[in-house]
Design a protein around this ligand. Structure first.
Ligand code: AMP
Ligand code: MG
Length: 428
């Protein structure tokens, strides 16, 4: 039982990715734009439209034929009659008479004109009814100034979003601008959550002597939907292997893609999860990885389909299990790249156990000395409070027992940003 030596983190990620690849690609479904947030594209999206769809002004002001406007200045303003007004939503007017057109931001340029002067750069003369009659241009206006050209942002047929991209509000912005009605995305990954531990008291319960509150259940229920997966909680089975087997049976019948268990994977007498998974026909892919915290992590695969992550019960171990094991699995399953580290100089030297990759709660600061990563006091895996002072994970490599101040450290933000902070480089 669990006799295998701890795996290196790199090897664990390779096995996680190999398992995910064998389960992918997931089936594809089409969703409308209002349902697309957080989904992953299953096709390359090409632009079907042109943005801007027509040449238009980027300022409120006056469109002027610029044959002679370059010489205008405050001391020698140039005078133009105002021949018309064009507002956003109008068709581009014909420019029959010479002169300036009052133009609003987003309005099409009158035919033949290609520059507009900001309202601040002209003096206007109005008639008795307040209508602008003529203007004096007080600053030089050169060809193409404040001109937004048709197709400058997107041209038809260009790649807008690659396949395997998480759809964030910025992608929705682009797709909406391009009039994309629906998008091919991978189906949602289904994750079952099961906690173990007879000491756990639900958040709303009365805490009895010897009990602690279930912190990671509510954490997973909030973090997993944020990762775009469909999470379902199967409660807590205490430390009763029979109950564990019964609920696992139910879970396997419900056929999720991933089962996440918490607790019960260490070496204590109640740590029956690994043997029970084996009894249920699960293949143990690894149990124990040379990391701190979270070393006893279990990864298994059931022949029926689901992969299982047995996360150690300490809250920070569970968080690391999600951030650095489940997330790479989900990314690979969804055809996405692994996240890349950002390398940040360490603010103060630190000692660490040789042979273990350490995931330290950390705070990256971007002061006037440049970025620095500070390890937050309280690195033990039961300590939740330091996480509240953290914005990143600092990852210290296996082969050293001390890291000197100023050394560049591999860092990941507390929550994965949609586009990587770091250079292209695998997490392992
Ligand atoms: P285990 O992995 O079951 O040995 O648990 C390790 C530690 O994590 C113990 O101190 C447990 O009480 C604690 N623990 C287990 N599950 C949870 C949970 N859901 N929320 C908070 N702490 C937990
Ligand atoms: Mg336990």
């Amino acid at each position: 039982m669990g006799e295998l030596p701890p795996l290196s983190f790199g090897e664990a990620i390779e096995r996680i990715q190999a398992t995910a690849r064998a389960l992918s690609p997931l089936s594809i479904t089409r969703v409308s734009l209002d349902k697309a947030l957080g989904r992953t594209t299953a096709e390359t999206i090409l632009s079907a439209e042109t943005i801007p769809p027509f040449d238009n002004s980027s300022v409120d002001g006056f469109a002027i034929a610029n044959a002679e406007t370059a010489t205008a200045s405050a001391s020698h303003p140039l005078e133009f009659p105002v021949v018309g007004t064009v507002v956003a939503g109008d068709l581009p007017p014909e420019t029959a008479a010479p002169g300036a057109w009052e133009i609003m931001t987003g309005a099409p340029f009158p035919r033949g004109l290609s520059s507009s002067a900001k309202i601040e750069e002209v003096r206007v003369e109005r008639d008795a009814r307040g209508k602008i009659q003529r203007i004096w241009l007080k600053a030089p206006l050169t060809a193409g100034e404040n001109f937004r050209a048709q197709g400058e942002d997107f041209s038809p047929g260009q790649t807008v979003i690659a396949s395997g991209t998480e759809l964030c509000p910025e992608q929705i912005l682009a797709l909406a601008a391009l009039g994309t009605p629906n998008i091919a995305v991978y189906r949602r990954v289904k994750v079952a959550i099961l906690s173990t531990g007879r000491e756990l008291c639900p958040p709303e319960g009365l805490l009895l002597p010897g009990q602690i509150r279930d912190a990671t259940g509510p954490y997973l229920n909030s973090e997993l939907p944020r990762l775009g997966v469909e999470a379902r909680s199967y409660g807590n089975v205490g430390d009763d292997p029979k109950q564990f087997l019964a609920v696992m049976d139910r879970i396997l019948r419900d056929a999720p893609d991933v089962i996440l268990t918490t607790g019960g994977v260490s070496m204590g007498t109640h740590d029956y999860v690994t043997s029970s998974v084996r009894d249920l026909g699960g293949q143990i892919i690894f149990h124990k990885v040379a990391i701190r915290p979270g070393k006893p992590i279990l990864f298994a695969k059931f022949p029926q389909g689901p992969a299982l992550f047995g996360l150690p019960g300490n809250p920070v171990s569970t968080v690391i299990g999600v951030r650095f094991f489940l997330e790479p699995f989900l990314r690979t399953l969804l055809g996405r790249k692994l996240e890349a580290a950002a390398w940040v100089p360490l603010a103060a030297s630190v000692k660490k156990p040789r042979g273990l990759r350490c995931f330290f709660k950390a705070k990256v600061t971007l002061g006037n000395q440049g970025p620095r990563v500070h390890l937050v006091p309280g690195q033990l895996s039961f300590m939740i409070s330091p996480l509240l002072a953290s914005n990143a994970w600092a990852i210290l490599p296996e082969e050293v027992s001390e890291v000197a101040e100023g050394s560049p450290i591999s860092c990941y933000p507390l929550h994965a940003p949609p586009s990587p902070w770091g250079e292209e480089e695998p997490m392992a």
